[in-house]
Design a protein around this ligand. Sequence first.
Ligand SMILES: Cc1cc2nc3c(=O)[nH]c(=O)nc-3n(C[C@H](O)[C@H](O)[C@H](O)COP(=O)(O)OP(=O)(O)OC[C@H]3O[C@@H](n4cnc5c(N)ncnc54)[C@H](O)[C@@H]3O)c2cc1C
Length: 422
Amino acid sequence: MPLKIIVVGAGIGGLTAAVALRQTGHEVEIFEKSAFAAEIGAALMVCPNGTRVLSRLGFSFKNARAGILTKINVMDGQTLESTAAVDLSRAEEMFGAKLWAVHRVDLHKELLRLALDEDGVGQPVKLRLSSEVATATTDGRIVLKDSSVHMADLIVAADGLKSVLQKIVTKKAEPPTATGLSAFRFLLDTEVLKADPKLAATLEKKGSFDVGSLQDTHDPTKVRYMVWYECRNGKTQNFVGIHPTREVNGDDQEEVKAAMLDEFKHFAPELLEMIRRSSAAKCWPLFVHEPLSNWYNDRVVLIGDSAHPMLPFNAQGAVSAMEDGGALGFLFQNVDDAKLIPERLGVFQRARADRVARVQILSNVKLGREKEVEEQVRRYADPRGSSVPTNMVEHVAHDYGYDVFAKCDEIMAASLNSHVPA
Ligand SMILES: Cc1cc2nc3c(=O)[nH]c(=O)nc-3n(C[C@H](O)[C@H](O)[C@H](O)COP(=O)(O)OP(=O)(O)OC[C@H]3O[C@@H](n4cnc5c(N)ncnc54)[C@H](O)[C@@H]3O)c2cc1C
């Protein structure tokens, strides 16, 4: 008998888990609070560790209009001159999978297709929209805002950064620490950019499908930079930036634009013009979250941002959520008895928690500054007490090349062996 599994939240983590668990043969139902289950927002990088998971699930990067990123072009934000370059063209050779840029809406749509498709592997996932979950109990019940109760063998809590189910597992609130930094994002239609010769020349300097990393050379004591890349088959330019936090209504696009124009006023005039002409501008403060010591309690398991919110410096949040979803699907293969759930969740936590704690801590610093968090990372070394890669190249290779399925396989085999009578 397949397990009945409830997934709370149809974000990147929830949908990946739903697809993986569907394909493994289980009966999956998602409860999503929003009405359309359509992600809004901008683009994100799917690093090779995430690509590995999506590819296994049959995700079509073509359907998602994703583009392969081949270079990081480090540029002076003021002069737009290139100061360094990181070659990503060998990502597949180095990390075992490609590095993509994709718009969240397109990523979401393709994951939804895999979840709901009548012809896919396993039973189509049931998706309940406008269904906000108020709480859950560890024996496998969720209670919706409208007071209705639903039961399953397993509850996968993928309800994001502001998770209501996290405390069901951790039993105590874990308050985050403000970093003093904020993130902003905006989008720009490529046609708008190409119609203006100066802006078109700036795009050429960055390089099509290169990641532009625009550094603040004016005041290097402050963390202030922009990352710029394309998505939607080159039709949309995506910008994300980090800057010291300032008072602004982050949901008011005009207020955000005005604040960014002031914050980046010493950057090249072409970049400021792009901010003026942009759409979907948004800004929000960033917080550091300590790794959780527990990811599950009886039949409720946390995944994605509800388990491990992290700063966006290393582009590892969504792909870690994908790793979680892929791992659950892998570990719940051949499970047809609900009694096995606590044991499998134990294996899941062993396979995931230390790995993600390292990624979470390394995400607190910019690439190249891993030394600053070395001691914290060491606490979660695998195996505990061993050394961890701390130079940039090793760290990147380790994180981006991570094969979650191989790790699950290893932990599963060790767990089964420990049950074999001597
Ligand atoms: C500026 C920025 C740039 C980033 N860039 C990258 C990148 O390049 N690469 C990368 O890998 N990551 C990136 N990330 C991180 C990434 O966005 C997150 O880690 C990822 O979206 C987490 O996915 P999730 O499914 O856990 O949560 P979410 O995507 O937040 O999904 C949670 C879902 O749960 C639903 N929900 C919430 N509460 C309830 C409830 N009570 N009941 C029912 N449903 C509920 C929500 O409506 C939502 O649909 C970036 C983050 C930021 C801030």
